[in-house]
Design a protein around this ligand. Structure first.
Ligand SMILES: [Zn+2]
Length: 80
């Protein structure tokens, strides 16, 4: 991971947090991450198949589409 990519990832998360898109849905692992509480084990930097969404969309994925909360950053919705 080069420094430029890390910087872009950092800024992207800052902007998403400020605009309300605080959740990241990983369609590969079917997990939802909570960006303000991100953990290095989330591996957000190397994620490729994802979308940043609002709370309403995050709730939809978790409660209606079979997704799970991340065990590191979104423990309140982690179902194992
Ligand atoms: Zn996470």
């Amino acid at each position: 991971m080069n420094i430029f990519k890390r910087l872009i990832s950092f800024l992207e998360i800052k902007i998403n947090t400020l605009t309300g898109y605080k959740y990241r849905v990983n369609f590969t692992s079917k997990e939802v991450h909570y960006l303000p509480n991100k953990h290095k084990n989330c591996n957000l930097d190397i994620m490729s198949n994802y979308q940043n969404v609002t709370k309403n969309s995050a709730d939809y994925y978790i409660h209606s589409a079979g997704f799970n909360g991340c065990r590191w950053c979104y423990t309140s919705e982690d179902n194992g």
